[in-house]
Design a protein around this ligand. Structure first.
Ligand SMILES: Cc1ncc(COP(=O)(O)O)c(C=O)c1O
Length: 499
């Protein structure tokens, strides 16, 4: 298997010409990655058109909303990405923890539509994906495939979601409404950490040459778009905080690893602002911490392997968080009893409480990992930790019901709220926190060998190349090159206004 998704040459001019014609008919303009990193550069005519379109609609204008700067109302743009800074009364630490909202991304209310676009767009403009003929196959634990299906629908091609059958009902419900054929939802055995089963299914689907597999775990478009767009968005969040307090420093960037795409933002933030990079995983599936495995419910992270696009040798810490804590805090943050406890007993600002529904399960995991990081490093009021809420609580209503049924037989009352807060927020401990030595990084890096070289057939040379930071720095020229190709492609379709 060659390294996928790094090409900048046109592989097949017929496919390219067909894609131009197809997207001309579909009235699609492809945004450049520079525009998605800095949406202020989107032409006013397109931005104005986008504002007339519903944020949830499968409309080509929504490609220009695939960025971090959508406003609260789901209409226009905000100057700074939406985020919340969590008070010490909630986190129990003095460090300032800021969480950027991923649920403002269009169509799927999760940031995974960004990597989906970044994996497909380069294929289109290099003649490697013909929307008139190919099906885009999106292996995922739920959000990436929703993003992929949304993008596919806009482009007028088939999008196939491959995901474990155990993922949240909200994900399947969404998919049923968006796929063009029921067969385009492919359920694989298991749940969150059963990625091997997803790969096996993709290998089977790849036998059909009209299926193009867009494997987020090994596509560098995923890494690069987070490096460029998420990295710069989080820098803007930090700068917004620093505008009011010039002595602030960015101590750390924290992110759960599913495909490890989001973690790519850490490479940017380390270079630009010296942030430490902290990777998060479930303690029930502690692959990076202990070479471990297991089932868990932090949907989206902890996939029992080391993704090919994870820049392991640049990581600084690994933090394990329990899925039980995330499940229970999900109930605390999203129930009336939990909210009145936070306001009445803990005196937390109702405006902050109102924003906690922007956190899905992996977002809560990121917050808990940020608290653990602050504790381990003794961070103080001058230190900022930034992280992301990939999706919001809306994707986990059914999970909240399950948690109440399983753990709070008397219902979730004030006592349960107090217990949950005390145990899982105030009582957040420093367990399962690893400050990485070179040997630790080597161990985690080497774990990837079994997936990528032995199982997926990557050449050893390509696998090993990623130890060296020059490999990662070398990738960064790809985005401007693809942007040039996107501009050419748009000129060829001649579409000026999407829709
Ligand atoms: C809800 C959720 N959180 C976190 C992640 C992990 O993000 P990444 O794949 O960029 O590591 C995902 C990935 O699908 C996700 O869906």
């Amino acid at each position: 298997m060659a390294i996928a998704g790094l090409a900048t040459d046109i592989a097949d001019t017929d496919a390219y010409e067909s894609a131009v014609e197809h997207l001309r008919q579909a009235r699609v303009v492809l945004p450049t990655f520079a525009q998605l990193a800095d949406p202020a550069t989107i032409p006013q005519s397109i931005a104005g058109e986008t504002e007339t379109v519903q944020v949830g609609a499968p409309n080509a204008a929504n490609l220009f909303r695939v960025h971090w700067y959508n406003d609260d109302a789901g209409v226009g743009r905000s100057g700074v990405p939406g985020y919340v800074e969590l008070p010490a009364a909630l986190t129990g630490v003095k460090a300032r923890i800021a969480v950027a909202f991923g649920n403002r991304f269009p169509m799927i209310a999760a940031h995974k539509v960004l990597p989906a676009y970044a994996c497909l767009a380069p294929r289109i403009v290099t003649g490697r994906f013909d929307p008139a003929r190919h099906k885009a196959v999106w292996p995922s634990t739920g959000n990436y495939c929703r993003g992929g299906v949304a993008i596919s629908r806009i482009l007028g091609c088939r999008g196939v979601a491959v995901l474990p059958e155990g993922m949240s009902e909200e994900r399947f419900q969404w998919l049923r409404e968006w796929v063009t054929e029921p067969d385009d939802i492919v359920r694989t055995p298991g749940s969150e950490s059963n990625v091997k089963e997803i790969y096996d299914k993709c290998a089977e689907l790849a036998a059909d040459p009209t299926n193009v597999i867009l494997n987020q775990f090994s596509e560098f478009g995923n890494y690069l778009v987070h490096y460029q767009c998420t990295g710069r968005a989080l820098e803007a969040v930090f700068e917004d905080m620093r505008a009011g307090a010039p002595t602030l420093e960015l101590a750390a960037f924290v992110a759960g690893t599913g495909s490890a795409g989001t973690l790519g933002a850490g490479d940017y933030l380390k270079e630009a602002l010296g942030a430490r990079i902290v990777a998060v995983e479930p303690t029930e599936c502690p692959t990076m911490l202990y070479n471990g495995y297991g089932e868990h419910n932090i949907q989206g992270i902890g996939d029992k392997h080391i993704p090919f696009i994870q820049n392991v040798m640049n990581m600084d810490m690994v933090v394990g968080v329990s899925d039980d804590a995330c499940d229970r805090l999900n109930v605390l943050f999203n129930s009336d009893e939990g909210r009145s406890y936070l306001e009445g007993r803990r005196r937390i600002d109702p405006a902050i409480i109102a924003r906690l529904d922007n956190f899905g399960l992996s977002s809560i995991a990121n917050v808990l990992a940020a608290i653990k990081t602050a504790r381990r490093l003794d961070l103080g009021p001058n230190d900022v930790i930034v992280t992301v809420a990939t999706d919001g609580a809306g994707m986990y209503v059914s999970e909240s019901d399950k948690t109440v049924a399983a753990h709070f037989p008397g219902g979730f009352d004030a006592v349960a709220a107090g217990e949950t807060f005390a145990q899982h927020l105030l009582g957040t401990d420093g367990d399962h926190v690893l400050e990485l030595t070179h040997a630790d990084r080597e161990r985690i890096f080497n774990l990837g060998y079994y997936t990528w070289v032995e199982q997926q057939g990557v050449a050893l040379e390509d696998f090993d190349a990623r130890r060296d930071q020059r490999f990662w720095k070398g990738l960064r020229d790809l985005m401007p090159e693809w942007d040039g190709m996107i501009d050419d492609f748009n000129r060829r379709t001649g579409v000026n206004l999407p829709g």
